[in-house]
Design a protein around this ligand. Structure first.
Ligand code: NAP
Length: 913
């Protein structure tokens, strides 16, 4: 049998371990010893661990020589293995010539550049810094110079514009390098390995980039040079720059994620002063933009400040963040406990800059970390919080915040906001009164405020900040940064979990929310609890479930033969969405729209109705507690003509979800078209017909007929705007309605026995009085109400009934949006005419029919022009069922799976193979 070649491997790291594994497969080779570095703490180099698994003798030397002289005991151990070839895959130590020449066949060494260019320890960095067009590696015969020995082989690849130190190493220098080491050893074994003397032409000895002074970037350079320098040090150690703060202090930062930026200077950015840069640098929504000496631009996506890597676009936000520095002794003890948990999971020493994921942790490790921390410290940590704070220092600060607050989701947690205290319903509720932008409560730019009136007693409740176009712009910029930054880091399932957290918090605060809604909008408390708040919670839960089920299709298309083609679609979020809502169900309208919008992966800002924005502000507070990243949800109370209009006009808003009146909806649609052709969905007014046939269940028809009009004091978009009652039961129906109306309890909406509260605000109340006056003037018969409730302060409008209403009357055509029942007769033999009359309106939101004849009911459902049809019931909406109108009641759906599509766009991808 032929003698095996005896190899000593001298080196360290995964690269060397992979070379070892590769050579172990060679039958003509025996690995006789592995020489590597000593353990660091309890952590052994992977090369040693791999060698031990394969029963190969391992030697760990701190150094091989002292004062230039090889250590005899080290030499002796090396000689004991009797190697005929030394293989140095990746070696950071100085190996004495007695060892280099100690093997019969010599020593072969891997070097990550095409020698003789870029000799020295930082060859890969210099390949990029110098803007080389090709990168590569050499395997050479080691001699007594620095990377000067004769070449055995070289390999090269083109450098891509997207390459960084990391990518070139991972995609080429590492995998191809390991393979080439095997090839080189085979060539030596078969006696065909060349020794090509290196030419000195083009040889460079580049400085080592592990020295901090060499990592400082020269910003007095062209954009291309700046770009190359940053990517040459990306991701380790990162190019150093210095920020000159306005207060005269300086801060050293590291730059990552550079790319040339041909879009030129940004108009919306904030200036940042960098030492050595005479040109301009801005923080903008895409990062940090630096102008080179040649007038071209380079953009930096990420910045490391201290131990934390942030999106460069969030520089000014981060600058305001309060990082914890004043740890107590007890907290420092806890710090070592947490470090111990990290260390046990990562199997490496942990310091403040250790990144959980960069150290190799996976999703199971996240679960283990969360469970161990919860068990040790009894805090309600969530998996997604690890993803948001992956660096040890951030993670520990997060934990300290939990511990100091008692609980991250504690109701006692005091966020920093101005509030008014609502004392109602046997409770005291703090309600924020500022705008909510980028995760913080802030004053309006103009300092203007809105007066919020309690409709039950007509007294001013409080004043809240009133947003202007400037505030809208700030919120849009925040939502834009979040959409392209932190929100993208969150997986769909984590997004769903955040929404569930929010729903749970709303559930826990449902009495508070319902109380606010009742006082602010006049909603009856029990209804507010069940519908306004209850259905809001259901909407968040329902859409949370959709987050990880948003899927495209694969589509069979005709291939261009002889090739095959794969076509598939992706459903993608649209971007920043503006939401504008009315005052009738403030929290529910917000939730219907926003839950679908957020589930689809968008970020948003909402302008609630100016008359009752309080539940939206309380909701904003809960989003912080639920863990939503800043900028994802922004809430801006304000006037429609100002803040609302600014949302519709904004060029970075890509979708507008609007609920409100038809005239404003038309106006908004024009603004969407004129500004940037943003997608819009419009949920508008209604004048819904309700048909009651003589063969109905009369009790049910009266009960539902009443609720079809008087539910939520008629401030209900699907309210039956017109009742058609068959002539045979007309009088009986009216008699029973009037009987029930006379016993209806009207009064304080917080009283549990109240069935009918005050109208939302004065202008609306006055409009209802005017509506009734027109009805009377036109000759309709006012059989009940039509006026203020006598002896009651507040906007209490008496539930009203009109009969003898003809089709041409104003009250038959127009929406009242109040508790006004409009009744007309029909003859049961003439259903065709009835259907024409029911459809003779420009609205098409909802409709209803009462009959025991299923044929009649389905015939009605076929022929009615409305987005919703109720048969033998009314007002039955559900978060899973699509909701929206036809004709001038708008288009697009809220709720159900269809609502998701309003906030998604479809991308079609075609691949030839
Ligand atoms: P609205 O007057 O149309 O107002 C709706 C929202 O639009 C409010 O936030 C309003 O701000 C804002 N707005 C006004 N002018 C604007 C502009 N130029 N640009 C952008 N936003 C502007 O309706 P409303 O009186 O509040 O609500 C009642 C109407 O809503 C009724 O017609 C009802 O049928 C309809 N509605 C429809 C549905 C549905 O799902 N189809 C549901 C509920 C209500 P301000 O607060 O400053 O006025």
């Amino acid at each position: 049998m032929a003698l095996k070649m005896r190899i000593a491997i001298i080196g360290q790291s995964n690269f060397a371990a992979d070379v070892l594994e590769l050579l172990l497969d060679r039958p003509n080779i025996q690995i006789v010893g592995v020489f590597t570095i000593p353990d660091r703490g309890s952590r052994e180099d992977i090369l040693a661990t791999t060698a031990i698994i394969h029963n190969i003798p391992v030697f760990k030397f701190a150094c091989w020589r002292r004062k230039g002289v090889a250590l005899p005991e080290v030499l002796e151990q090396y000689k004991s293995v009797g190697a005929t070839l030394n293989v140095l895959p990746f070696c950071s130590q100085f190996i004495p010539m007695e060892v280099i020449d100690g093997a019969l066949l010599g020593s072969i060494c891997y070097h990550p550049s095409i020698l003789p260019r870029h000799r020295g320890a930082s060859a890969i960095s210099w390949t990029l810094i110098e803007g080389d067009e090709v990168a590569g590696f050499s395997i050479f015969w080691a001699d007594d110079g620095l990377d000067t020995g004769p070449l055995l082989l070289t390999r090269q690849t083109n450098l891509e514009p997207t390459d960084t130190l990391d990518t070139i190493y991972k995609r080429f220098l590492y995998p191809e390098g390991v393979k080439a080491m095997g090839v080189a050893v085979d060539m030596v074994a078969s006696g065909v390995a060349p020794k090509i003397i290196q030419t000195e032409v083009g040889a460079t000895y580049d400085p080592a980039m592990f020295k901090t002074e060499n990592q400082v970037i020269n910003l007095q350079a062209t954009a291309e040079k700046i770009w190359n320098f940053v990517r040459g040090l990306d991701s380790v150690p990162g190019a150093i720059a210095t920020v000159l703060h306005e207060n005269g202090t300086e801060e050293q930062i590291r730059l990552f994620g550079a790319h040339l930026y041909s879009a030129g200077p940004v108009s919306k950015g904030k200036f940042l002063r960098l030492r050595g840069l005479t040109k301009t640098a801005w923080i903008h929504s895409g990062g940090l933009l630096i102008e080179g000496t040649d007038g071209a631009f380079v953009n930096i996506r990420r910045i490391k400040r201290g131990t934390k890597v942030i999106n460069a676009s969030e520089w000014f936000k981060q600058a305001e963040d309060q990082s914890i520095t004043d740890f107590s002794e007890d907290e420092l003890v806890k710090r070592s406990l947490v470090a111990g948990i990290w260390k046990a999971i990562l199997k490496e020493d942990v310091d403040s800059s250790t990144d959980f994921f960069a150290s190799g942790a996976g999703s199971m490790d996240v679960v283990r970390l969360v469970e161990e921390v919860k068990e040790t410290f009894d805090v309600p940590l969530q998996n997604e919080q690890v993803f948001m704070a992956p660096v040890f220092e951030e993670f520990f600060s997060l934990l300290v915040r939990f511990l100091r607050q008692g609980s991250a989701y504690s109701d006692d947690q005091q966020l920093n906001f101005q509030a008014f205290t609502l004392k109602a319903n046997k409770r005291e509720i703090r309600v924020p009164t500022q705008l909510f932008i980028n995760g913080e409560f802030v004053d309006a730019d103009s300092q203007r405020t809105l007066e919020i009136v309690n409709p039950t007693n007509e007294e001013v409740l409080c004043r809240v900040a009133c947003a202007s176009a400037t505030d809208v712009d700030k919120a849009v910029q925040a939502a834009h940064s979040a959409f392209y930054g932190s929100w993208r880091q969150i997986t769909p399932r984590q997004r769903g979990q955040l929404m569930l957290n929010l729903a749970d918090l709303m559930e826990r605060n449902k009495e508070e929310l319902a109380t606010i809604e009742s006082v602010d909008s006049g909603a009856v408390y029990t209804l507010a609890l069940k519908t306004h708040v209850g259905m809001s919670i259901e909407a968040w839960r329902y859409f949370a479930g959709w987050c990880d089920k948003i899927q495209g299709n694969t589509i069979p298309v005709n291939p261009a033969r002889p090739n095959n083609v794969l076509t598939f679609t992706r459903k993608e979020p649209i971007g920043v969405c503006g939401l504008i809502t009315p005052w009738n169900y403030p929290l529910m309208m917000l939730s219907w729209k926003m839950a679908a919008c957020i589930a689809a992966g968008n970020t948003c800002l909402i302008k609630p109705a100016q008359t009752c924005p309080l539940t939206a502000l309380k909701f904003a507070e809960l989003t912080v507690r639920a863990g939503f990243p800043p900028g994802v949800i922004n809430v801006l109370p304000g006037k429609g003509s100002d803040a609302g209009q600014a949302v519709a006009d904004h060029e970075l808003v890509r979708k507008l979800g609007f609920t409100g009146s038809t005239p404003i909806g038309k106006h908004i649609m024009k603004s969407c078209a004129d500004s940037n052709l943003k997608k819009c969905s419009l949920e508008l007014g209604g004048k819904s017909p309700l048909i009651i046939f003589a063969d109905c269940d009369m009790d049910k028809a009266v009960r539902h007929g009443m609720s079809s009009v008087f539910f939520n004091k008629g401030e209900n978009c699907i309210a039956a705007g017109r009742l058609f009652v068959e002539d045979r039961i007309h009088d009986e129906f009216i008699r029973r309605v009037l009987k029930d109306l006379r016993t209806m309890t009207i009064g304080d909406p917080l009283d549990r026995s109240t069935a009918h509260g005050p109208q939302n605000h004065k202008a609306h109340f006055d409009k209802l009085l005017e509506f009734c006056r027109r009805g009377v003037d036109e000759g309709a018969k006012l059989v009940y109400g039509g006026c203020r409730v006598p002896h009651l302060k507040g906007y209490f409008f008496t539930p009203t009934v009109f009969t003898n209403v003809t089709d041409d009357m104003f009250i038959a055509q127009e929406e009242s949006f109040g508790p006004i029942m409009i009744i007309s007769k029909f003859n049961g033999s003439d259903v065709d005419s009835l259907m024409q009359r029911a459809n003779r309106t420009e609205y098409g939101l909802a409709s209803g029919v009462f009959t025991k004849d299923i044929g009649k009911a389905l015939n009605f459902a076929d022929r009615i022009e409305a987005g919703t049809v109720f048969v033998n019931l009314y007002n039955k909406t559900d978060v899973a069922a699509p909701f929206g109108g036809f004709k001038q009641s708008g288009y697009g759906k809220d709720l159900g799976q269809e609502a998701l599509n309003e906030y998604l766009k479809t991308k079609c991808v075609t691949v030839e193979y």
